[in-house]
Write a protein that binds this ligand. Structure first.
Ligand SMILES: *Cc1c(COP(=O)(O)O)cnc(C)c1O
Length: 381
């Protein structure tokens, strides 16, 4: 399917109309177990739904097709997928390089849990290849990046980071949650594993939690499959169905997210209450050139810093009416939040601590005029 266009894959990959009924959508297979014809005689390859469920299989094939990878695995959450990568690919005594700006939950899991199991980590600024090289040690097994990062939208050069990782005998994992496979496909740039919180753009409607891993490497995929079944952090069939339903319209939604985010970034860049707009689509963004090279467009996420410090940032978040003050991102509705007190509170006091005057915005697909009017009135309060 990889020769087909993105939306054709999004709509069709993973499921053919059901031969028995003609159903165009994969059924929600609400079955924990599957009848066998004689001991070990599996009818469709399924035995127990932790190991595999046809609705989940359809989602996994679809996500792999979108990321242009061979193997996809779906998980109960993005964090469950993160946990699987770390346990599948690291052993006590190993070292991992992480972004100095990363999703708070990823940092918390590595810092609070994996540290206890003998995994050491070093934060590095992923836009600075020399800094990443300097953070690499002989025992480094993984370089973990997000690009754009959450919440500071730093851009890492995926092809160059893959080179750094492979030269060091390490693997490159890219958390592609912010960009989505519509905007960039890290495996085609040399990454070894792509991770998603499908809770965000892939699901796209803020109605389901999920995660996914995609790789081209059969051996790595087998390690993921072993833990997916062995530890069991799998999505149920209804969650898999919802995520697949969302993935089918990803291209349409992303175009609108990008259109709206560009307009809001330009508007805020001229607004006197804003000291900095952080959006990779703006030419003044330090990663603009790399983003233009490796991304189709610049995404629906932007962050701003306010002249009035933390108080002004909190007031802005509380003052919007169309934007909902809430954690998460990537859904059709616009969201606004204060990372320092909300999504990234776990980074307080660490090298990953976020500025107190920072506001993160997930731009939805509403009418641009309403979104612009809303940020304008909220900043006037
Ligand atoms: C939300 C998020 C995660 C975690 O995913 P969950 O589905 O919430 O478990 C990981 N990485 C990034 C970049 C995220 O935004």
């Amino acid at each position: 399917m990889s020769e087909l266009g993105f939306s054709t894959r999004a709509v069709h990959a993973g499921f053919e109309p059901d031969p028995q009924t003609g159903a165009v959508n994969v059924p929600i297979y609400a079955s924990s177990t599957f009848a066998q014809d004689g001991v070990g005689g599996l009818r469709g390859g399924y035995e127990y739904a932790r190991t595999g469920n046809p609705t989940r299989t359809a989602l996994e094939a679809n996500l792999a097709a979108l990321e242009l990878g061979r193997y996809g695995r779906a998980f109960a959450s993005g964090m469950a997928a993160t946990d699987c990568v770390l346990r599948a690919l690291l052993r006590p005594g190993d070292h991992i390089v992480i972004p100095d700006d990363a999703y708070g939950g990823t940092f918390r899991l590595i810092d609070k849990v994996f540290t206890q199991w003998g995994i050491e980590h070093s934060p590095a600024h992923i836009a600075d290849l020399d800094a990443v090289r300097a953070a690499v040690r002989p025992d480094t097994k993984l370089i973990w990046v997000e690009t754009p990062t959450n919440p500071l939208l730093t851009i890492g050069d995926i092809a160059a980071l893959a080179d750094v990782a492979h030269t060091a005998g390490a693997l490159l994992v890219v958390d592609n949650t912010f960009a989505t496979p519509y905007l960039q496909t890290p495996l085609t740039l040399g990454a070894d594993v792509v991770l998603h919180s499908t809770t965000k753009y892939l699901g796209g409607h803020s109605d389901v939690i999920g995660g996914a891993l995609v790789t081209d490497d059969a051996e790595i995929d087998q390690k993921f499959a072993f833990l997916q079944n062995g530890a069991g952090a799998v999505p149920g069939p209804f969650d898999a169905y919802l995520t697949l339903r969302g993935a089918k319209t990803l291209a349409l939604r992303m175009e609108r997210h990008c259109d709206n985010a560009e307009l809001i970034a330009e508007f805020l860049a001229r607004h006197p209450a804003i000291s900095t707009v952080i959006y990779p689509g703006l030419p003044e963004h330090a990663g603009h050139g790399v983003a233009a090279k490796q991304m189709r467009r610049f995404g629906g996420m932007l962050s701003v810093r306010l002249h009035g410090g933390e108080e002004a940032a909190r007031r802005f978040c509380a003052g919007t009416k169309v934007f909902t003050l809430a954690e998460s991102l990537g859904g059709i509705e616009s969201l606004i939040e204060h990372p320092g007190a909300m999504t990234h509170a776990s980074t307080a006091g660490s090298q990953l601590e976020v500025p107190a005057d920072l506001v993160r915005i997930s731009v939805g697909i509403e009418d641009a005029a309403d979104l612009l009017a809303d940020v304008e009135q909220a900043l006037a309060q």
